[in-house]
Design a protein around this ligand. Structure first.
Ligand SMILES: Cc1cc2nc3c(=O)[nH]c(=O)nc-3n(C[C@H](O)[C@H](O)[C@H](O)COP(=O)(O)OP(=O)(O)OC[C@H]3O[C@@H](n4cnc5c(N)ncnc54)[C@H](O)[C@@H]3O)c2cc1C
Length: 385
């Protein structure tokens, strides 16, 4: 048997590629997962780690629910940093409250557990919140959060230990990928040639190496997000995914609510909206609190979005965070930018070449929530031909 031949090669070991490899391995296929860096370090490790199916629409909600269950199952076997502390959406004005009530009704219809919380109940659970901001909350107790800087690395260890038929290799940049003699041939940066019956490319925001012409006019945009992290505050009761008012004007599940279309943006939020800011909090396992985020969009690559941080955006985020919670004793320890690819009209990019090369990318801001569920569906469709 040719040791350089695989049933499936997955290129890119971010969360989307890793879960494609995981699901392919569950079917006993011989799978190779290849990552160009020493360890994945793009969107999959630079994000919030909020696993929030409640924010997703339709299929993506279902993918998120599936992913939540899978994360919990894996966590029961190996600590991959998944914690079930729930998600809460906070409303700061009557419009946002209306959206929470409409979402609650939709979730009740789906049989997805959701609880409306009064101001007092929110403050009891998260005392750092300000009563004048927090008019009401909608809580999803079964949702989880991940530790992005741990999850993917431990998940890769988990996968390779669990599936003898799955091989993971880092420092392997795939520089060409072509169909030859009814197989797919890929070549690494070191000139090594590997073949597979199928190749799945989950390249995240990397569009210069493979099929660059194809991506040039694909309608994919890069979103640049700014994030802040505080010094550790282990005693601070701020568990779970905390999503605040402007999120109700951003997330897809709210867009499906009847009153979404008629909701106006108050004057004091307009500049925040212009920078795509909505404030989320997530306390990490070390007690630090991640605060974010903003969204700037560019048509081309990550370079065009720029690697510098815009201090004005950070100031706006911090000011808005101070309106929501009592943060006067919080200290910023770090600030960074993360980038993800998305399409202006499609939920994800799926390009199939001769039923052998399959590009799956631009999952947008929902990858930590939905990749595991989407990849399960994607693999079963690909293997069904
Ligand atoms: C700041 C920020 C906050 C976010 N918060 C959340 C959140 O709270 N919840 C949520 O659900 N989602 C969140 N997201 C979105 C989520 O992080 C992304 O959707 C997800 O990580 C995308 O995963 P991916 O595998 O497609 O891409 P990536 O993580 O970019 O992985 C792609 C991988 O492919 C590799 N690669 C590319 N080309 C090659 C090649 N030719 N050869 C070999 N390897 C290659 C890259 O090195 C990279 O490791 C956030 C994103 C950001 C940036």
């Amino acid at each position: 048997m040719n040791s350089n031949h695989f049933d499936i090669i997955v290129i890119g070991a971010g969360v989307l590629g890793t879960f494609h490899a995981y699901h392919a391995a569950t079917t006993n296929k011989k799978v190779l997962l290849l990552e160009k860096d020493g360890k994945p370090m793009q969107a999959t490790v630079r994000n919030f780690g909020q696993v929030v199916p409640s924010g997703m629409s339709e299929n993506w909600f279902e993918f998120g629910v599936y992913a939540t269950q899978l994360y919990k199952r894996i966590q029961a076997e190996l600590n991959i940093g998944i914690r079930q502390n729930g998600s809460v959406y906070l409303a700061s004005d009557p419009d946002e409250q209306q959206l929470l009530h409409e979402l609650k009704q939709r979730m009740d219809e789906r049989g997805y557990e959701a609880q409306l919380l009064t101001t007092a109940q929110c403050l009891e659970r998260w005392p750092v919140l300000k009563s004048e901001y927090c008019r009401e909350g909608l809580f999803f107790p079964q949702e989880v959060s991940a530790e992005p800087n741990l999850l993917i690395h431990r998940l890769l260890n988990y996968c390779t230990a669990k599936f003898p038929n799955l091989t993971y290799r880092n420092y392997a940049t795939i520089i060409t990928c072509d169909i030859e003699n009814n197989k797919v041939k890929v070549i690494t940066n070191e000139g090594e040639q590997l073949t597979a019956d199928k190749v799945i490319i989950c390249n995240g925001s990397e569009f210069k190496i493979l099929f660059s012409d194809l991506f040039a006019n694909s309608g994919i945009v890069i979103s640049k997000l700014q994030m802040l992290r505080t010094t550790p505050m282990p005693a601070l009761p701020l568990e779970g995914n905390i999503l605040t008012g402007l999120t109700t004007r951003r997330y897809e599940s709210f867009e499906e609510c009847p009153s979404f279309a008629s909701i106006q943006t108050p004057e004091h939020l307009k500049e925040l909206k212009q920078w795509g800011i909505h404030i989320l909090f997530k306390k990490a396992v070390d007690g630090s609190v991640i605060v974010g985020d903003s969204h700037e969009y560019v048509q081309a690559g990550v370079e065009e979005a720029g690697y510098e941080l815009n201090q004005h955006i950070n100031n706006l985020m911090w000011q808005e965070a101070a309106r929501i919670a009592d943060i006067k004793d919080w200290k910023i320890a770090a600030s960074w930018a993360g980038y993800y690819s998305q399409h202006s009209e499609k939920d994800i990019i799926e390009i199939d070449m001769e039923d052998k090369i399959h590009i799956r990318t631009a999952i947008g801001g929902k990858g930590m929530t939905s990749s595991a569920g989407y990849a399960q569906k994607s693999i079963s469709r690909l293997l069904a031909g």
